[in-house]
Design a protein around this ligand. Structure first.
Ligand code: UD1
Ligand code: CA
Length: 483
Protein backbone atom coordinates (compact mmCIF):
# COMPACT_ATOMS: atom_id res chain seq x y z
CA UNK A 1 0.00 0.00 0.00
CA UNK A 2 1.32 3.40 -0.98
CA UNK A 3 1.83 6.41 1.25
CA UNK A 4 2.11 9.95 -0.02
CA UNK A 5 2.90 13.08 1.98
CA UNK A 6 1.26 16.42 1.20
CA UNK A 7 2.88 19.45 2.83
CA UNK A 8 0.75 22.60 2.84
CA UNK A 9 2.88 25.70 2.46
CA UNK A 10 0.88 28.08 0.28
CA UNK A 11 -0.55 30.31 3.00
CA UNK A 12 0.13 34.03 3.04
CA UNK A 13 1.80 33.98 6.45
CA UNK A 14 0.37 37.47 6.96
CA UNK A 15 0.94 37.44 10.71
CA UNK A 16 4.73 37.14 10.19
CA UNK A 17 4.70 40.68 8.70
CA UNK A 18 7.72 39.70 6.60
CA UNK A 19 8.98 39.85 3.03
CA UNK A 20 10.38 36.35 3.51
CA UNK A 21 7.99 33.44 2.96
CA UNK A 22 6.94 32.04 6.34
CA UNK A 23 8.22 28.52 5.70
CA UNK A 24 11.65 29.86 4.70
CA UNK A 25 12.30 31.56 8.04
CA UNK A 26 15.25 29.79 9.60
CA UNK A 27 15.17 27.96 12.89
CA UNK A 28 18.47 26.50 14.12
CA UNK A 29 19.95 27.47 10.75
CA UNK A 30 17.42 25.64 8.55
CA UNK A 31 14.18 26.87 6.99
CA UNK A 32 11.04 25.85 8.85
CA UNK A 33 10.02 23.83 5.77
CA UNK A 34 13.26 21.86 5.91
CA UNK A 35 12.53 20.69 9.46
CA UNK A 36 9.08 19.53 8.35
CA UNK A 37 10.41 17.68 5.27
CA UNK A 38 13.19 16.07 7.30
CA UNK A 39 10.70 14.69 9.84
CA UNK A 40 8.33 13.59 7.07
CA UNK A 41 11.20 11.70 5.41
CA UNK A 42 11.05 9.21 8.27
CA UNK A 43 7.69 7.98 6.92
CA UNK A 44 9.49 6.64 3.82
CA UNK A 45 6.60 7.82 1.68
CA UNK A 46 6.48 6.91 -1.99
CA UNK A 47 6.02 10.56 -2.96
CA UNK A 48 6.08 13.94 -1.26
CA UNK A 49 4.31 16.94 -2.68
CA UNK A 50 4.67 20.49 -1.37
CA UNK A 51 1.85 22.94 -2.10
CA UNK A 52 3.15 26.48 -2.60
CA UNK A 53 1.41 29.73 -3.39
CA UNK A 54 2.28 32.89 -1.56
CA UNK A 55 5.88 33.98 -2.33
CA UNK A 56 6.12 30.83 -4.43
CA UNK A 57 9.24 31.81 -6.42
CA UNK A 58 11.43 31.77 -3.32
CA UNK A 59 9.90 28.57 -1.97
CA UNK A 60 10.11 26.76 -5.33
CA UNK A 61 13.70 27.92 -5.73
CA UNK A 62 14.57 26.57 -2.29
CA UNK A 63 12.87 23.22 -2.97
CA UNK A 64 14.57 22.82 -6.34
CA UNK A 65 17.98 23.37 -4.75
CA UNK A 66 17.58 21.49 -1.47
CA UNK A 67 14.81 18.95 -2.05
CA UNK A 68 14.89 18.19 -5.77
CA UNK A 69 12.91 14.92 -5.48
CA UNK A 70 9.87 16.66 -4.02
CA UNK A 71 6.88 17.24 -6.34
CA UNK A 72 5.60 20.80 -6.24
CA UNK A 73 2.07 22.09 -6.69
CA UNK A 74 0.93 25.68 -7.03
CA UNK A 75 -2.26 26.79 -5.31
CA UNK A 76 -3.19 29.97 -7.17
CA UNK A 77 -5.63 31.29 -4.58
CA UNK A 78 -5.35 30.47 -0.92
CA UNK A 79 -8.85 29.09 -0.48
CA UNK A 80 -8.01 27.08 2.59
CA UNK A 81 -6.31 23.90 3.74
CA UNK A 82 -8.95 21.69 2.07
CA UNK A 83 -8.41 23.37 -1.28
CA UNK A 84 -4.62 23.16 -0.83
CA UNK A 85 -4.89 19.40 -0.24
CA UNK A 86 -6.92 19.03 -3.48
CA UNK A 87 -4.24 20.97 -5.36
CA UNK A 88 -1.55 18.68 -3.91
CA UNK A 89 -3.40 15.51 -4.94
CA UNK A 90 -4.02 16.91 -8.42
CA UNK A 91 -0.27 17.55 -8.82
CA UNK A 92 0.44 13.93 -7.88
CA UNK A 93 -1.98 12.77 -10.57
CA UNK A 94 -0.31 15.10 -13.09
CA UNK A 95 3.03 13.59 -12.12
CA UNK A 96 1.62 10.17 -13.01
CA UNK A 97 1.05 8.95 -9.44
CA UNK A 98 -2.18 6.97 -9.15
CA UNK A 99 -3.49 6.20 -5.70
CA UNK A 100 -5.69 3.29 -4.67
CA UNK A 101 -8.70 3.96 -2.39
CA UNK A 102 -6.97 2.42 0.62
CA UNK A 103 -3.64 4.25 0.15
CA UNK A 104 -2.55 6.64 2.88
CA UNK A 105 -2.34 10.39 2.40
CA UNK A 106 -0.38 12.13 5.15
CA UNK A 107 -1.14 15.84 5.27
CA UNK A 108 0.90 18.21 7.35
CA UNK A 109 1.32 21.94 7.54
CA UNK A 110 4.63 23.43 6.47
CA UNK A 111 4.75 25.67 9.56
CA UNK A 112 5.40 23.13 12.35
CA UNK A 113 9.19 23.14 12.71
CA UNK A 114 9.48 21.13 15.93
CA UNK A 115 7.81 18.03 14.55
CA UNK A 116 9.90 14.88 15.16
CA UNK A 117 9.95 11.56 13.34
CA UNK A 118 8.68 9.75 16.46
CA UNK A 119 5.65 12.05 16.60
CA UNK A 120 4.71 11.08 13.05
CA UNK A 121 4.91 7.34 13.72
CA UNK A 122 1.15 6.91 14.49
CA UNK A 123 0.61 7.91 10.84
CA UNK A 124 2.90 5.25 9.42
CA UNK A 125 0.39 2.39 9.49
CA UNK A 126 -3.16 3.55 8.96
CA UNK A 127 -5.43 1.10 10.77
CA UNK A 128 -8.48 3.41 10.77
CA UNK A 129 -10.11 5.73 8.28
CA UNK A 130 -7.97 8.60 9.50
CA UNK A 131 -5.61 9.57 12.32
CA UNK A 132 -5.31 13.11 13.63
CA UNK A 133 -2.29 14.11 15.71
CA UNK A 134 -3.65 16.15 18.60
CA UNK A 135 -2.18 17.77 21.68
CA UNK A 136 -3.29 19.32 24.95
CA UNK A 137 -2.40 23.02 25.02
CA UNK A 138 -2.59 25.15 28.17
CA UNK A 139 -3.48 28.01 25.83
CA UNK A 140 -5.25 26.63 22.75
CA UNK A 141 -6.03 30.08 21.31
CA UNK A 142 -5.97 30.09 17.51
CA UNK A 143 -5.98 26.33 17.02
CA UNK A 144 -8.80 24.07 15.87
CA UNK A 145 -10.43 22.20 18.79
CA UNK A 146 -10.94 18.45 18.83
CA UNK A 147 -14.51 17.22 19.41
CA UNK A 148 -14.38 13.63 20.58
CA UNK A 149 -16.62 10.72 21.20
CA UNK A 150 -14.50 8.45 23.38
CA UNK A 151 -11.21 7.71 21.65
CA UNK A 152 -12.54 8.86 18.28
CA UNK A 153 -12.66 12.34 16.77
CA UNK A 154 -16.05 13.42 15.47
CA UNK A 155 -15.23 16.97 14.39
CA UNK A 156 -12.65 19.75 14.46
CA UNK A 157 -13.93 23.25 15.16
CA UNK A 158 -11.83 26.27 14.25
CA UNK A 159 -11.39 28.96 16.90
CA UNK A 160 -13.22 31.47 14.71
CA UNK A 161 -16.21 29.16 14.31
CA UNK A 162 -16.30 27.78 17.86
CA UNK A 163 -19.36 28.26 19.99
CA UNK A 164 -19.30 28.73 23.78
CA UNK A 165 -18.10 25.57 25.47
CA UNK A 166 -15.98 24.52 22.45
CA UNK A 167 -13.45 27.31 23.03
CA UNK A 168 -12.74 25.84 26.48
CA UNK A 169 -11.56 22.54 24.93
CA UNK A 170 -7.79 22.23 25.45
CA UNK A 171 -7.23 19.43 22.95
CA UNK A 172 -6.13 20.98 19.66
CA UNK A 173 -5.70 19.86 16.07
CA UNK A 174 -2.01 19.78 15.15
CA UNK A 175 -2.84 20.03 11.45
CA UNK A 176 -1.13 16.67 10.91
CA UNK A 177 -3.23 13.79 9.61
CA UNK A 178 -3.18 10.46 7.82
CA UNK A 179 -6.33 9.99 5.78
CA UNK A 180 -7.40 7.13 3.53
CA UNK A 181 -7.27 8.36 -0.05
CA UNK A 182 -10.88 7.35 -0.79
CA UNK A 183 -12.17 9.71 1.93
CA UNK A 184 -10.32 12.65 0.45
CA UNK A 185 -11.72 11.77 -2.97
CA UNK A 186 -15.24 11.60 -1.51
CA UNK A 187 -15.20 14.68 0.66
CA UNK A 188 -12.69 17.28 -0.64
CA UNK A 189 -14.87 18.02 -3.66
CA UNK A 190 -17.85 18.78 -1.46
CA UNK A 191 -16.25 21.16 1.03
CA UNK A 192 -18.21 24.35 1.60
CA UNK A 193 -16.85 27.79 2.40
CA UNK A 194 -19.70 28.43 4.75
CA UNK A 195 -17.52 29.33 7.75
CA UNK A 196 -15.93 32.33 9.46
CA UNK A 197 -12.88 32.34 7.15
CA UNK A 198 -14.92 31.67 4.00
CA UNK A 199 -12.35 28.97 3.13
CA UNK A 200 -12.43 25.26 2.38
CA UNK A 201 -11.28 23.62 5.61
CA UNK A 202 -9.46 20.29 5.49
CA UNK A 203 -10.74 19.82 9.02
CA UNK A 204 -14.28 19.46 7.61
CA UNK A 205 -13.16 16.25 5.88
CA UNK A 206 -12.59 14.74 9.31
CA UNK A 207 -16.12 15.58 10.38
CA UNK A 208 -17.49 14.20 7.09
CA UNK A 209 -15.64 10.89 7.62
CA UNK A 210 -17.08 10.59 11.15
CA UNK A 211 -20.56 11.54 9.92
CA UNK A 212 -20.31 8.80 7.34
CA UNK A 213 -19.60 6.23 10.06
CA UNK A 214 -15.82 6.22 9.63
CA UNK A 215 -13.40 5.98 12.53
CA UNK A 216 -10.94 8.83 13.09
CA UNK A 217 -8.36 8.12 15.77
CA UNK A 218 -6.72 10.87 17.83
CA UNK A 219 -3.02 10.36 18.56
CA UNK A 220 -1.76 12.65 21.33
CA UNK A 221 1.60 14.38 20.87
CA UNK A 222 3.77 16.69 22.99
CA UNK A 223 2.70 20.31 22.75
CA UNK A 224 6.15 21.53 21.60
CA UNK A 225 6.26 19.08 18.72
CA UNK A 226 3.16 20.42 17.04
CA UNK A 227 3.39 24.11 17.75
CA UNK A 228 2.68 26.14 14.63
CA UNK A 229 4.67 29.24 13.69
CA UNK A 230 2.31 32.00 12.61
CA UNK A 231 4.07 35.12 13.93
CA UNK A 232 7.48 36.31 15.04
CA UNK A 233 6.75 35.57 18.68
CA UNK A 234 6.08 31.93 17.87
CA UNK A 235 9.16 31.92 15.62
CA UNK A 236 11.35 33.03 18.53
CA UNK A 237 9.67 30.53 20.83
CA UNK A 238 10.18 27.65 18.37
CA UNK A 239 13.80 28.69 17.87
CA UNK A 240 14.38 28.62 21.63
CA UNK A 241 12.72 25.22 22.04
CA UNK A 242 14.73 23.67 19.20
CA UNK A 243 17.91 25.21 20.56
CA UNK A 244 17.18 23.61 23.96
CA UNK A 245 16.69 20.25 22.27
CA UNK A 246 19.94 20.55 20.33
CA UNK A 247 21.85 21.62 23.46
CA UNK A 248 20.41 18.67 25.39
CA UNK A 249 21.51 16.31 22.64
CA UNK A 250 25.10 17.55 22.65
CA UNK A 251 25.27 17.56 26.46
CA UNK A 252 24.31 13.90 26.30
CA UNK A 253 27.12 13.36 23.76
CA UNK A 254 29.68 14.73 26.23
CA UNK A 255 29.96 18.36 25.21
CA UNK A 256 30.50 20.71 28.17
CA UNK A 257 28.41 23.91 28.22
CA UNK A 258 28.66 26.57 30.90
CA UNK A 259 25.27 28.02 29.94
CA UNK A 260 23.18 25.98 27.47
CA UNK A 261 20.53 28.72 27.35
CA UNK A 262 22.95 31.17 25.71
CA UNK A 263 24.53 28.57 23.43
CA UNK A 264 22.97 28.46 19.95
CA UNK A 265 23.86 25.45 17.85
CA UNK A 266 22.48 24.92 14.36
CA UNK A 267 21.00 21.51 13.56
CA UNK A 268 23.79 21.08 10.99
CA UNK A 269 26.74 21.43 13.42
CA UNK A 270 28.93 18.51 14.61
CA UNK A 271 30.67 18.49 18.00
CA UNK A 272 33.02 16.01 19.66
CA UNK A 273 32.97 14.99 23.33
CA UNK A 274 34.86 17.33 25.65
CA UNK A 275 34.34 20.37 23.51
CA UNK A 276 33.98 23.20 26.05
CA UNK A 277 31.49 25.92 25.19
CA UNK A 278 31.44 29.14 27.20
CA UNK A 279 28.30 31.36 27.24
CA UNK A 280 27.02 33.37 24.31
CA UNK A 281 28.34 31.12 21.57
CA UNK A 282 26.74 30.71 18.12
CA UNK A 283 27.77 27.62 16.16
CA UNK A 284 26.31 27.80 12.69
CA UNK A 285 26.16 26.10 9.31
CA UNK A 286 28.55 23.23 8.67
CA UNK A 287 30.77 24.02 11.68
CA UNK A 288 32.64 21.00 13.08
CA UNK A 289 34.55 21.10 16.37
CA UNK A 290 37.00 18.42 17.51
CA UNK A 291 37.56 17.05 21.00
CA UNK A 292 39.06 19.28 23.66
CA UNK A 293 38.51 22.53 21.78
CA UNK A 294 37.38 25.55 23.81
CA UNK A 295 35.00 28.06 22.26
CA UNK A 296 33.80 31.36 23.68
CA UNK A 297 32.56 33.28 25.44
CA UNK A 298 30.99 35.64 22.88
CA UNK A 299 31.95 33.80 19.71
CA UNK A 300 30.32 33.11 16.34
CA UNK A 301 31.60 30.23 14.21
CA UNK A 302 29.90 29.87 10.82
CA UNK A 303 30.97 27.03 8.47
CA UNK A 304 34.23 26.59 10.41
CA UNK A 305 36.39 23.57 11.20
CA UNK A 306 38.08 23.61 14.59
CA UNK A 307 40.75 21.00 15.41
CA UNK A 308 41.48 19.19 18.68
CA UNK A 309 42.38 21.39 21.66
CA UNK A 310 42.17 24.61 19.66
CA UNK A 311 40.75 27.71 21.40
CA UNK A 312 38.59 30.48 19.99
CA UNK A 313 37.77 33.31 22.41
CA UNK A 314 35.46 36.30 21.81
CA UNK A 315 35.75 36.13 18.03
CA UNK A 316 33.79 35.99 14.77
CA UNK A 317 34.90 33.34 12.28
CA UNK A 318 33.29 32.54 8.93
CA UNK A 319 34.50 29.75 6.68
CA UNK A 320 37.76 29.40 8.61
CA UNK A 321 39.83 26.28 9.28
CA UNK A 322 41.52 26.23 12.65
CA UNK A 323 43.84 23.25 13.14
CA UNK A 324 44.79 21.37 16.30
CA UNK A 325 46.15 23.49 19.14
CA UNK A 326 45.68 26.76 17.26
CA UNK A 327 44.45 29.79 19.20
CA UNK A 328 42.18 32.58 18.04
CA UNK A 329 41.19 35.75 19.87
CA UNK A 330 40.17 37.53 21.88
CA UNK A 331 38.60 39.87 19.30
CA UNK A 332 39.73 38.23 16.08
CA UNK A 333 37.86 38.22 12.78
CA UNK A 334 38.52 35.23 10.54
CA UNK A 335 36.94 35.45 7.10
CA UNK A 336 36.46 32.80 4.42
CA UNK A 337 39.48 30.67 3.70
CA UNK A 338 41.47 31.74 6.72
CA UNK A 339 43.54 28.63 7.42
CA UNK A 340 45.44 28.28 10.64
CA UNK A 341 47.84 25.31 10.75
CA UNK A 342 48.64 23.44 13.97
CA UNK A 343 49.47 25.65 16.93
CA UNK A 344 49.20 28.84 14.91
CA UNK A 345 48.02 31.93 16.79
CA UNK A 346 45.84 34.84 15.73
CA UNK A 347 45.48 37.37 18.51
CA UNK A 348 43.63 40.51 19.51
CA UNK A 349 42.19 42.79 16.81
CA UNK A 350 43.53 40.71 13.94
CA UNK A 351 41.58 40.13 10.73
CA UNK A 352 42.51 37.25 8.42
CA UNK A 353 41.09 36.57 4.96
CA UNK A 354 42.01 33.91 2.37
CA UNK A 355 45.39 33.28 3.97
CA UNK A 356 47.31 30.34 5.29
CA UNK A 357 49.18 30.76 8.55
CA UNK A 358 51.74 27.95 8.96
CA UNK A 359 52.47 25.67 11.89
CA UNK A 360 53.36 27.55 15.06
CA UNK A 361 53.31 30.94 13.34
CA UNK A 362 51.86 33.94 15.16
CA UNK A 363 49.97 37.09 14.27
CA UNK A 364 49.44 38.24 17.84
CA UNK A 365 48.21 41.85 17.66
CA UNK A 366 46.31 44.46 15.64
CA UNK A 367 46.97 43.23 12.10
CA UNK A 368 45.28 42.59 8.74
CA UNK A 369 46.34 39.47 6.87
CA UNK A 370 44.79 39.10 3.41
CA UNK A 371 45.81 36.85 0.49
CA UNK A 372 48.91 35.69 2.32
CA UNK A 373 50.88 32.50 2.59
CA UNK A 374 52.85 32.47 5.84
CA UNK A 375 55.33 29.66 6.58
CA UNK A 376 56.12 27.91 9.85
CA UNK A 377 57.27 29.39 13.16
CA UNK A 378 57.12 32.92 11.78
CA UNK A 379 56.16 35.97 13.84
CA UNK A 380 54.24 38.91 12.41
CA UNK A 381 54.87 42.06 14.51
CA UNK A 382 52.03 44.08 16.00
CA UNK A 383 50.04 46.35 13.65
CA UNK A 384 51.26 44.78 10.42
CA UNK A 385 49.12 45.16 7.32
CA UNK A 386 49.29 42.86 4.32
CA UNK A 387 48.56 45.49 1.68
CA UNK A 388 46.78 43.20 -0.78
CA UNK A 389 44.58 45.59 -2.76
CA UNK A 390 45.85 48.09 -5.33
CA UNK A 391 42.40 49.57 -5.76
CA UNK A 392 41.55 47.24 -8.64
CA UNK A 393 43.12 43.84 -8.04
CA UNK A 394 44.12 41.69 -5.07
CA UNK A 395 47.72 40.46 -4.82
CA UNK A 396 49.46 37.79 -2.81
CA UNK A 397 52.18 38.01 -0.17
CA UNK A 398 54.42 35.03 0.61
CA UNK A 399 56.29 34.96 3.92
CA UNK A 400 58.72 32.10 4.58
CA UNK A 401 59.60 30.03 7.65
CA UNK A 402 61.12 31.51 10.83
CA UNK A 403 60.63 35.04 9.57
CA UNK A 404 60.43 38.03 11.97
CA UNK A 405 58.30 40.85 10.59
CA UNK A 406 58.85 43.97 12.73
CA UNK A 407 55.96 45.87 14.27
CA UNK A 408 53.94 48.29 12.15
CA UNK A 409 55.01 46.93 8.76
CA UNK A 410 53.21 47.38 5.47
CA UNK A 411 53.86 44.38 3.22
CA UNK A 412 52.83 45.71 -0.17
CA UNK A 413 51.75 42.79 -2.36
CA UNK A 414 52.84 41.15 -4.56
CA UNK A 415 55.92 40.62 -2.40
CA UNK A 416 57.94 37.74 -0.93
CA UNK A 417 59.86 37.57 2.32
CA UNK A 418 62.44 34.76 2.28
CA UNK A 419 63.03 32.12 4.97
CA UNK A 420 64.68 33.42 8.09
CA UNK A 421 64.50 37.08 6.99
CA UNK A 422 63.84 40.03 9.32
CA UNK A 423 62.17 43.35 8.62
CA UNK A 424 62.67 46.47 10.72
CA UNK A 425 59.79 48.00 12.68
CA UNK A 426 57.83 50.58 10.75
CA UNK A 427 58.96 49.31 7.35
CA UNK A 428 56.98 49.65 4.13
CA UNK A 429 58.13 46.56 2.26
CA UNK A 430 57.59 46.94 -1.47
CA UNK A 431 60.38 44.68 -2.71
CA UNK A 432 61.20 41.04 -2.12
CA UNK A 433 63.45 40.32 0.87
CA UNK A 434 66.03 37.54 0.32
CA UNK A 435 66.33 34.71 2.88
CA UNK A 436 68.27 35.78 5.97
CA UNK A 437 68.31 39.50 5.05
CA UNK A 438 67.27 42.38 7.31
CA UNK A 439 65.06 44.80 5.38
CA UNK A 440 64.88 48.38 6.62
CA UNK A 441 62.39 50.47 4.67
CA UNK A 442 61.57 53.65 6.54
CA UNK A 443 62.72 57.25 6.88
CA UNK A 444 65.86 57.75 8.96
CA UNK A 445 65.37 59.47 12.33
CA UNK A 446 66.53 63.09 12.74
CA UNK A 447 67.01 64.64 16.19
CA UNK A 448 66.81 68.45 15.97
CA UNK A 449 68.78 69.40 19.05
CA UNK A 450 67.50 72.15 21.36
CA UNK A 451 64.36 72.62 19.24
CA UNK A 452 62.03 72.82 22.27
CA UNK A 453 64.28 75.26 24.16
CA UNK A 454 64.22 77.55 21.12
CA UNK A 455 60.72 77.12 19.64
CA UNK A 456 58.80 76.44 22.87
CA UNK A 457 60.74 78.57 25.28
CA UNK A 458 58.99 78.96 28.64
CA UNK A 459 56.82 75.87 28.16
CA UNK A 460 56.62 73.03 30.66
CA UNK A 461 58.39 70.82 28.11
CA UNK A 462 61.24 73.33 27.91
CA UNK A 463 61.42 73.46 31.72
CA UNK A 464 61.52 69.66 31.89
CA UNK A 465 64.33 69.55 29.34
CA UNK A 466 66.28 72.22 31.27
CA UNK A 467 66.51 69.97 34.34
CA UNK A 468 69.15 68.05 32.30
CA UNK A 469 72.78 69.09 31.79
CA UNK A 470 73.62 70.75 28.44
CA UNK A 471 75.52 67.60 27.38
CA UNK A 472 72.24 65.60 27.50
CA UNK A 473 70.30 68.20 25.50
CA UNK A 474 73.05 68.74 22.92
CA UNK A 475 74.90 65.40 22.89
CA UNK A 476 77.54 64.83 20.26
CA UNK A 477 75.80 62.50 17.76
CA UNK A 478 76.18 61.57 14.11
CA UNK A 479 72.54 61.80 13.10
CA UNK A 480 71.66 64.90 15.10
CA UNK A 481 71.51 68.48 13.94
CA UNK A 482 71.04 71.80 15.68
CA UNK A 483 67.77 73.71 15.48
C1 UD1 B 1 -4.84 25.06 10.80
C2 UD1 B 1 -6.04 24.18 11.11
C3 UD1 B 1 -6.28 24.17 12.62
C4 UD1 B 1 -5.03 23.67 13.31
C5 UD1 B 1 -3.81 24.48 12.90
C6 UD1 B 1 -2.56 23.81 13.41
C7 UD1 B 1 -7.60 24.32 9.23
C8 UD1 B 1 -8.86 24.92 8.72
N1 UD1 B 1 -7.20 24.70 10.44
O1 UD1 B 1 -5.15 26.37 11.22
O2 UD1 B 1 -7.37 23.30 12.93
O3 UD1 B 1 -5.20 23.74 14.70
O4 UD1 B 1 -3.68 24.54 11.46
O5 UD1 B 1 -1.42 24.57 13.20
O6 UD1 B 1 -6.99 23.51 8.55
N2 UD1 B 1 -2.27 26.68 3.67
C9 UD1 B 1 -2.24 26.52 2.29
N3 UD1 B 1 -3.25 27.02 1.53
C10 UD1 B 1 -4.29 27.67 2.07
C11 UD1 B 1 -4.34 27.85 3.48
C12 UD1 B 1 -3.31 27.34 4.24
O7 UD1 B 1 -1.30 25.92 1.76
O8 UD1 B 1 -5.16 28.08 1.31
C13 UD1 B 1 -1.19 26.14 4.47
C14 UD1 B 1 -0.42 27.23 5.23
O9 UD1 B 1 0.67 27.68 4.48
C15 UD1 B 1 0.03 26.50 6.49
C16 UD1 B 1 -1.03 25.41 6.67
O10 UD1 B 1 -1.71 25.28 5.44
O11 UD1 B 1 1.29 25.88 6.33
C17 UD1 B 1 -2.03 25.80 7.78
O12 UD1 B 1 -2.63 27.02 7.42
P1 UD1 B 1 -2.83 28.17 8.48
O13 UD1 B 1 -3.48 29.31 7.81
O14 UD1 B 1 -1.59 28.40 9.23
O15 UD1 B 1 -3.94 27.44 9.38
P2 UD1 B 1 -4.22 27.67 10.90
O16 UD1 B 1 -5.08 28.86 11.05
O17 UD1 B 1 -2.97 27.63 11.66
CA1 CA C 1 -0.70 27.62 11.22
Amino acid sequence: MATVVVVLAAGAGTRMKSNLAKVLHPIAGQPILNHVLTAANSLNADHTVVVVGHQREAVLDYLLKQHPTVITAVQENQNGTGDATSVGLAALATAGVTLAPADTVVVLAGDIPLIRPETLQPLAKLSHDAVVITSIFADPTGYGRIIRSGEFVTAIVEEKDAIDGQREILEINSGIYAIKHEHLVNHLANLSTNNAAAEKYLTDVIEAIADGGGKVLAALADADDVMGVNDKEQLAQANGLLSDRIAQYWLQQGVTMIDPSSTWIDATVTLAPDVLLYPNVYLEGSTTIAAGATIGPDTVLHDCTVGPSATVISSRCIGAQIAAGASVGPFSYLRPDAQLAENAKVGAFVEVKKSRIGKGSKVPHLSYVGDAEIGEETNIGAATVFVNYDGVNKHKTVVGNHVRIGSDNMLVAPVEIGDGAYTAAGSVITENVPPGAMAVARGRQRNILGWVLQKRAGSKSAAAAETHPQSDIFPPSTNSEEA
